[in-house]
Design a protein. Structure first.
Length: 151
């Protein structure tokens, strides 16, 4: 009898949470972060399909949007408004390149890795602007080393 009650309680809790265990990860858009000026922090996010990333407009003047060609087949593109938070749900597994349009050339980019990506080669081949090239090189290295933070 006791076990039944516990199971029922868990069922209710899950229903209240929307019936799923989807997570939401926050990425801050900053004028100055631990790794320099004009950054997404963290710049590398690993999530499961169905999870969301909320790009938070901590400092104003930034946005988050997908980089052309740097997402898996069937992946959804998005364009956040400058100076506003944008929450994006990622259903399709793969590597997604994200940029801040005003600071792309300054290397303000992030990488969202959803599930087990099959488009890494394709994502690496996307031409990048200015300092974004170096930043992505570092992020791909970090991904290969299976690290999500630089700490
Ligand atoms: Cu920016």
């Amino acid at each position: 009898m006791r076990r039944c009650l516990v199971a029922a309680a868990v069922g209710v809790a899950m229903a209240m949470a929307g019936g799923a265990t989807a997570a939401e990860v926050e990425v801050k858009m900053l004028n100055k972060g631990a790794e320099g000026l004009m950054v997404f922090e963290p710049a590398l996010v690993k999530i499961a399909p169905g999870d969301s990333v909320k790009f938070v407009s901590t400092d104003k003047g930034h946005n988050a949007e997908t980089i052309k060609g740097m997402l898996p087949d069937g992946g959804t593109t998005f364009v956040g408004k400058t100076g506003e938070d944008v929450a994006v749900k990622f259903d399709q597994a793969g590597i997604y390149g994200v940029k801040c349009a005003p600071h792309y050339g300054m290397g303000m980019v992030a990488m969202v890795v959803v599930g087990t990506p099959a488009n890494e080669e394709q994502a690496r081949a996307v031409p990048q602007v200015g300092k974004a090239k170096q930043v992505f090189a570092v992020l791909f290295e970090r991904l290969a080393a299976n690290k999500t933070a630089a700490k």
